[in-house]
Design a protein around this ligand. Structure first.
Ligand code: AMP
Ligand code: MN
Ligand code: MN
Ligand code: MN
Length: 283
């Protein structure tokens, strides 16, 4: 069970990925994934399609989402796995979390217009698969198309991160709410890609401590954006805080993602895989 090829983090056109859930499922299966979860940002509209496609390819499936949270002034992502996709509190919480994205996108476009890039809102919309889920990634794709930057990483670096013209501060869900929605819907909350946050050591310790106190159960140890040294570091953190470990590519697009579905090292030894906690939630 622990050396299962599990990929429990990726995105479809229902958020900021470029592939349909069925195409992702086929790709995951072709890469040898045995247990899969689609984890669109703040949205679970793709869950039914993903679960059906997983079954068609002989993969086991866990429901998934990745909730945007504001903690210590930073955006932190909390992955939810194995929850009931019809849970009313979860549905309401996700809808609220998505709610501010439309106005934020208008503000991002206004900032870009001031920097000499007109019509970015309309441009980004061409890449949006779900009108309720416009994200910075869609702006990044449009700025590459418009020839402003050579790739989306450059767009984030020059335009969409703190201090840059298209950056708009935003207040997402609280850590407590995100963990509670997931947990009360029968799922496990997992801290996504912990090495990516600009937190001080004290803030990171507070994140793990509060996450655990609210009922959080796991941390991504092996993810597409971690280095080998970070696998070791967060394996230690998982043991220190008594958290289970998760594994996921965070795949968004064949053109943009360095790590493909399922093509990741296995979890380091001596950890409890999060899917062992969720054995009765696997479909
Ligand atoms: P948003 O939820 O609208 O703030 O968009 C966040 C998404 O932008 C993340 O989930 C990533 O897919 C993408 N992203 C964030 N930072 C970068 C980066 N430096 N390079 C490429 N994509 C990024
Ligand atoms: Mn994303
Ligand atoms: Mn994320
Ligand atoms: Mn993600």
């Amino acid at each position: 069970m622990s050396i299962l090829n599990a990929d429990l983090h990726c995105h479809s056109v229902v958020s900021d990925g470029t592939l349909e859930p069925e195409v992702l499922a086929a790709r995951a299966a072709a890469n040898g994934v045995e247990l899969w979860a689609l984890t669109d940002h703040d949205e679970i509209g793709g869950q039914h399609r993903a679960a059906q496609a997983a079954r068609a390819h002989g993969m086991r499936y866990l429901t998934g989402t990745e909730i945007s949270v504001t903690f210590a002034g930073e955006t932190v992502h909390i992955v939810g796995l194995g929850f009931d996709p019809d849970d009313p509190q979860m549905l309401r919480g996700l809808e609220e979390t998505r709610g501010g994205r439309g106005n934020r996108a208008r503000d991002i476009a206004a900032g870009l217009a001031q920097a000499g890039i007109p019509n970015a809102y309309e441009g980004a919309l061409k890449y949006v698969g779900n009108p309720a889920l416009i994200s910075r990634t869609h702006f990044a794709r449009y700025l590459v198309e418009a020839g402003v930057c050579k790739d989306t990483s450059e767009v984030f670096r020059r335009y969409l991160t703190e201090g840059k013209p298209g950056y708009v501060p935003h207040h997402w869900a609280s850590l407590k709410h995100a963990v509670t929605w997931i947990t009360q819907a029968g799922g496990a909350a997992v801290i996504a890609h912990p090495a990516r946050y600009k937190l001080t050591a004290n803030e990171e310790y507070a994140l793990f401590t509060e996450f655990k106190a609210h009922g959080g159960r796991g941390v991504e140890v092996v993810t597409g954006s971690h280095t080998a040294a970070e696998y070791v570091k967060y394996a230690d953190t998982a043991r220190e805080f008594g958290l289970a470990a998760s594994r996921g590519s965070d795949f968004h697009s064949p053109d943009e993602s360095h790590t493909d579905l399922g093509l990741l090292p296995h979890l380091p030894g001596g950890l409890t895989p999060v899917w062992e906690l969720l054995a009765d939630r696997i479909r």
